[in-house]
Design a protein around this ligand. Structure first.
Ligand SMILES: Cc1cc2nc3c(=O)[nH]c(=O)nc-3n(C[C@H](O)[C@H](O)[C@H](O)COP(=O)(O)OP(=O)(O)OC[C@H]3O[C@@H](n4cnc5c(N)ncnc54)[C@H](O)[C@@H]3O)c2cc1C
Length: 410
C-alpha cells in the first residue's frame, strides 16, 4: 500500500488522445467566440443568451459528460473536467452555468425515474434548457440537514413552501431540483426526512426573488427563490421520500471536482498571463523575467499549478475507474486547488504591478471570481471534514481501520 491508496499504479493518470483533442478544440472555440466578450460579462453582470446558444450549437459544450442515450455527447469525467477548466480559463461565469446544469442533472441521472431522465436531461444536454439546484436557505448552508423548506403530500401531489437563497442561475433556469423537508428528522439520523423534487419554471407560487449583488462570477446570478404553495406531482419526486440529503451528498461528491476545475482554469489563466507579462515589461532596463525574485514567484506558481492539476485530474481519473477513493480525492482537489488558485491569481496581479488591479487588464476579476469557489458547493472547511470522513469510510471498507474506531471518530 502507498498509503492512503493501494499501490503506485493508483497514482497514475492516463489520458486518451481524444482528451487532448477535446481540450484543443474547446480552447480554440472559446478563444475565438468568447474571450473577446468575457470582460463584458463581468461589467454588465450578464451573459447574453446568444453566447449560451452558441456554446451549445457550435461548441457542443453543454452535453459533454452526459450519455448519448439522454441527448449528450457522452464522455467521461475527465472530459467534463476539461470543459470546466477551459471555460473557467476564459469566462468563469460560463463554468458556473455548466456547473448548475450538472447540479440539476446528476441527482436525476443517479436517483430519478427513467421518465424524469427522458423528460429533463436531453434539453439540458442540447443547451435548449438550463437547470438550477436549490438547497441553501437563510438558516443553513453548510448545515444542509437543517433546511426548513417544507413539502407536504396532498393526494398524489406535493405542496412546497419555503425560501431559498444564493441559488445560482435560478433566473435563467427552466427546471430546478429543490430540496424540502417532508418529515421530522429522526433521532441519530438528523439528515433523514428531506426529499428532492423537480420544479419547472412558471409553476404557480414559484417566485424568483432578489438577485444578490456580488462582486465575483458576475454574469452568473445568485438568486432568492420563494415557494408559496408550489404544487408538484409525485412523479417529479427524485429518488425515495426522505432520502434527499443522501441524494444531495452523492451529487456533491461528483460535482466538487468541477469546482476544483474552475479554480484550476483561473489559476492557469493567471499563470499564463503573468509569465507572458514578465517577458514584455521592462524595469531598470531589463525584462521583469530577468529578476530572480520574479523567477522565484513564477516557479512557485508553476509548482502549485501543476500540483493542483494533478489532484483535479487524479480525482476525475479515479471516478472514471469507478474507484471509491475519487470522493476524498475530489474534496482534496476542491479545497487545495481553489486556495492555491487564489494565491496564484494574487501573485499574477503582483507581477503586473499597477496594471494588475486595472479592470481592463482582466486579471483582478479572477481574484473576485476564485474567492467564491472556496465557499460554494461545500465551503473549504467542510471539504476538509468530508475528505477525512470519506478516507475513514474507504479505509474501513478495506479493513485498514476497524469499524468501531471509525464510528467513534465520525
Ligand atoms: C455565489 C454563490 C452561489 C451559490 N450557488 C448555490 C446554488 O446554486 N445552490 C445552493 O443550494 N447553494 C448555493 N450557494 C450556497 C453555498 O453552497 C453556501 O454559501 C455554502 O455551502 C456555505 O454555506 P453558508 O454560506 O451558509 O456558510 P455557513 O454554513 O454559515 O459557514 C460559514 C463558515 O463556517 C464554516 N463552517 C461551517 N460549519 C463548519 C464546521 N462544521 N466545521 C468547520 N467549519 C465550519 C464554513 O466553512 C464557512 O467558512 C451559493 C453561494 C454563493 C456565494
Amino acid at each position: 500500500m502507498v498509503f492512503p491508496l493501494d499501490s503506485l499504479q493508483d497514482y497514475q493518470l492516463m489520458f486518451k488522445q481524444e482528451h487532448e483533442m477535446l481540450r484543443k478544440s474547446v480552447r480554440e472555440f472559446l478563444e475565438r467566440e468568447v474571450a473577446p466578450h468575457a470582460l463584458e460579462f463581468d461589467d454588465k453582470d450578464e451573459v447574453p443568451r446568444e453566447v449560451l446558444r452558441k456554446l451549445g450549437e457550435q461548441g457542443g459544450l453543454w452535453g459533454i459528460g452526459i450519455e448519448e442515450n439522454y441527448g449528450g455527447q457522452g464522455g467521461d469525467t475527465i472530459s467534463a473536467v476539461i470543459v470546466m477548466e477551459e471555460l473557467s480559463r476564459v469566462a468563469p461565469p460560463l463554468a458556473v452555468i455548466r456547473g448548475t446544469n450538472e447540479l440539476f442533472s446528476i441527482p436525476i441521472l443517479l436517483f430519478g425515474s427513467e421518465e424524469l431522465r427522458r423528460k429533463y436531461i436531453p434539453p439540458i444536454a442540447r443547451g435548449e434548457a438550463f437547470g438550477a439546484h436549490a438547497m441553501t436557505e437563510p438558516c443553513c448552508g453548510s448545515d444542509a440537514a437543517g433546511i426548513q423548506t417544507r413539502a407536504v403530500k396532498k393526494g398524489d401531489r406535493w405542496v412546497i413552501n419555503g425560501r431559498k437563497i444564493f441559488i445560482s442561475n435560478a433566473d435563467i433556469a427552466d427546471y430546478m431540483v429543490v430540496f424540502a423537508r417532508t418529515s421530522e428528522p429522526q433521532p441519530n439520523r438528523r439528515w433523514f426526512g428531506i426529499t428532492a423534487f423537480v420544479v419547472e419554471k412558471g409553476a404557480q407560487g414559484l417566485k424568483i426573488g432578489t438577485k444578490f449583488e456580488k462582486r465575483g462570477l458576475r454574469g452568473s446570478h445568485a438568486m432568492e427563490v420563494i415557494f408559496d404553495d408550489v404544487e408538484v406531482p409525485d412523479e417529479n419526486r427524485v429518488g425515495e421520500v426522505g432520502m434527499g440529503f443522501i441524494i444531495a451528498m452523492e451529487t456533491y461528491d461528483r460535482t466538487r471536482v468541477s469546482v476544483a476545475a474552475q479554480g484550476l482554469g483561473m489559476a492557469q489563466a493567471a499563470f499564463e498571463r503573468a509569465f507572458q507579462y514578465s517577458f514584455q515589461r521592462t524595469a531598470f532596463g531589463q525584462y521583469l523575467a530577468s529578476f530572480e525574485a520574479i523567477q522565484f514567484t513564477l516557479t512557485e506558481m508553476m509548482a502549485e499549478l501543476m500540483t493542483a492539476r494533478y489532484l483535479v485530474y487524479l480525482a476525475a481519473y479515479l471516478a472514471d475507474q469507478g474507484k471509491e477513493e475519487f470522493k476524498y480525492v475530489a474534496s482534496l482537489a476542491k479545497f487545495y486547488t481553489t486556495e492555491v488558485a487564489e494565491k496564484i491569481v494574487s501573485k499574477a496581479i503582483d507581477i503586473h504591478g499597477g496594471v494588475g488591479v486595472i479592470h481592463e487588464t482582466g486579471i483582478e476579476r479572477f481574484l473576485r471570481d476564485v474567492k467564491i469557489t472556496e465557499i460554494y458547493e461545500g465551503a473549504n472547511n467542510i471539504q476538509r471534514v468530508v475528505a477525512f470522513r470519506q478516507l475513514l469510510r474507504t479505509l474501513t471498507k478495506k479493513g485498514v481501520i476497524s469499524q468501531d474506531i471509525a464510528k467513534s471518530i465520525t
